[in-house]
Design a binder for this molecule. Structure first.
Ligand code: AMP
Ligand code: MN
Ligand code: MN
Ligand code: MN
Length: 279
């Protein structure tokens, strides 16, 4: 059997391995293929694809986009995207600008409650352009304003807390359209993580299907067997293909490993073949 992992982050977003290191790690893990699905950026894809060709690992160009649904954030994965498509890159640039605007406001709020934190420190902690609330959390902890990143989120960085500023994101429909315009397939990521009832989840999937959704992430590190079964049935019912992945972030999510998740994740290569039929 050949196994794959269709949900992987590199250091280009919030993972810790470089795209090249991911390919070498995938090889070590005996994976036949993986999808690089960084949040909001495609910067790592070329390096991963090139190294993949050298190492005989199939790299699927992907993305993970956040979208607002009612009062929450849902995630849409894109697969087989043309990551050089100019219009797609413009959309990503808008997301990044909006994130920067949000970050500036959050930093002002932290400064106004007396935290001595600078944008340089955040940039240094992130090590790249994309600064997320996770990096805010790390710096807050490092500077002694919280005992842990979790505490930093609980006290300051979560919705309703002093330093929180909502970041504007596209609608699910816009995300699906952008992915389609870049010749990709759009998939609802980790459907059980949105705190929705069964009925609400069905409504969401029904709506997304009407808006052009192609697939459902039915195999995922954190799913129970029952959840996986439910997601498979939903996919069946709405004629969506299924994908599966670990959501590997390197050392930023230590309990989750590439390919195997928390230990017994298995994503068969056949899923990728089914997806290719739908391109
Ligand atoms: P952003 O996209 O900048 O709003 O930040 C999202 C990041 O914050 C993601 O990497 C999440 O994993 C992380 N995050 C969200 N909530 C928490 C939390 N309660 N504890 C730790 N990290 C969190
Ligand atoms: Mn992440
Ligand atoms: Mn996600
Ligand atoms: Mn992810």
């Amino acid at each position: 059997m050949k196994y794959i992992d269709l949900h992987v982050h590199s250091a280009s977003s919030d993972g810790t391995l470089s795209p090249r290191e991911l390919v070498l790690y995938a090889k070590q893990k005996n994976l036949a293929a993986f999808a690089l699905t960084d949040h909001d950026v495609v910067d790592g894809i070329e390096e991963a694809v090139d190294e993949g060709l050298k190492q005989g690992i199939e790299v699927v160009p992907g993305i993970e986009l956040a979208a607002r649904y009612k009062d929450r954030e849902i995630h849409i994965l894109g697969f087989f995207i043309d990551y050089k498509d100019p219009h797609f890159l413009e959309n990503l640039a808008w997301i990044q600008n909006e994130r920067k605007r949000r970050n500036k406001k959050m930093l002002e709020k932290l400064n106004s409650i007396g935290f001595d934190i600078t944008i340089e420190e955040l940039k240094k902690s992130a090590g790249k352009d994309l600064i997320s609330r996770a990096h805010f959390g790390k710096v807050i902890q490092e500077k002694g304003y919280a005992n842990s990143v979790t505490e930093a989120f609980k006290l300051y960085l979560s919705p309703g807390k002093d330093a929180y500023v909502q970041r504007e994101v596209y609608t699910p429909k816009e995300c699906i359209n952008f992915i389609h315009e870049a010749k990709g397939l759009a998939v609802l990521a980790h459907p059980t993580l949105y705190d929705l009832t069964q009925k609400e989840l069905k409504d969401l999937i029904n709506m997304l299907k009407d808006e052009g959704l192609d697939g459902l992430e039915a195999i995922y590190s954190l799913f129970t067997k029952e959840e996986e079964y439910k997601m498979r049935s939903l996919a069946n019912r709405y004629n969506l293909f299924i994908t599966g992945g670990s959501d590997f972030h390197g050392k930023n999510k230590r309990q989750i490993d590439m390919g195997v998740g928390r230990g017994n994740l298995k994503v068969p290569y056949e899923l990728l073949e089914e997806m290719k039929k739908r391109i």
